[in-house]
Design a protein around this ligand. Structure first.
Ligand code: SF4
Ligand code: SF4
Length: 288
């Protein structure tokens, strides 16, 4: 099979098993990535990283937005999405590649803070486990950018998705790195944060793409009771902020400004947003 034939067939198959987002990056794009986070330290003969994403359904965030149901986000928006729906999709795409004679290594999105927990098996090799940075991969695969809020934003769903990765020895044409910005630098994610955890600005450069990102105090985010959750895989890793007030405000902003494709008849934010400050005092913020 010519590699140019492989890509559309693989994309069609990935969509048929539920992928919402599919992107490709060549090995060269990861040349500057440290071995401890480099996918090609796991599979040195690999040629391509494939990133597969599924949306967090907007409805899975509804209970958090209303402050009335957090558990269903932690299942449909987080644990089940990562452990079941996305893993099955990744497994099926891995099978598709193996059935055509390519080696394909499925990679779960463990936090990068989990890297190096083992002991290096030989001099010059990074200690296991190598944990690829999925934010970086999303940018290098042309699927998104890092917004001012510090999370990956895609043109389809804004911050609403989770990822899995395949490293394969099939040499597949890379997708162009996204040019058009999604984040409009409105600063509303920072404005609504009751803990003042997003401040200032720094430039993050990935694959030649420059992004203006806020300084995030993740220690404050770990204390946040506004829809942020401890990292379920590793307590000391960055918390899950995808349902937090800052990110839900971003969803509302991107939908209102029509900066993302997956939009709805009714607005995501229907009333003032609830908020709990650092002293556990509850209030409402105008997150419009
Ligand atoms: S997770 Fe909480 S503390 Fe952190 S930026 Fe978002 S709203 Fe603020
Ligand atoms: S709320 Fe505004 S500044 Fe913050 S990430 Fe979203 S679009 Fe960017």
């Amino acid at each position: 099979m010519f590699m140019s034939d492989l890509k559309p067939l693989l994309m069609e198959h990935a969509r048929s098993v539920g992928a919402d987002l599919i992107g490709f990056a060549s090995k060269e794009r990861f040349a500057d990535v440290v071995p401890e986070e480099n996918p090609f330290a796991i599979f040195p003969e690999g040629e391509t990283v494939i990133l597969l994403g599924k949306r967090i359904t907007r409805g899975a965030l509804r209970g958090v937005e209303e402050g009335t149901n957090f558990g269903d986000y932690t299942l449909f928006g987080s644990a089940w999405l990562d452990d079941n729906f996305n893993s099955l999709m990744c497994y099926e795409v891995t099978r598709f590649l193996e059935d055509r004679g390519f080696e394909a290594v499925p990679i779960f999105p463990n936090p990068t803070e989990a890297k190096g927990m083992g002991v290096s098996v030989a001099e010059g090799k990074p200690a296991p486990n190598v944990t690829p940075d999925f934010q970086l991969a999303a940018v290098l695969c042309g699927l998104g950018e890092i917004g001012y809020c510090g999370e990956v934003l895609t043109p389809e769903y804004g911050p609403r998705q989770r990822w899995q990765m395949i490293i394969t020895d099939a040499k597949i044409e890379a997708d162009p790195i996204l040019k058009e910005p999604i984040c409009n630098q409105c600063g509303k994610c920072a404005e609504v944060c009751p803990l003042g955890a997003i401040t200032g600005i720094k430039t993050v450069k990935i694959g030649g793409k420059k992004m203006a990102v806020g300084n995030i105090d993740y220690n404050l985010c770990r204390k946040c009771k506004n829809g942020a959750f401890p990292n379920r895989l590793l307590a000391r890793a960055k918390p899950d902020r995808l349902a937090a007030l800052c990110v839900r405000t971003c969803i509302h902003e991107l939908e209102t400004q029509k900066r993302i494709k997956n939009t709805f008849a009714n607005s995501f934010r229907k009333r003032y947003a609830w908020a709990i400050d650092i002293y556990d005092k509850s209030t409402y913020v105008d997150g419009d």
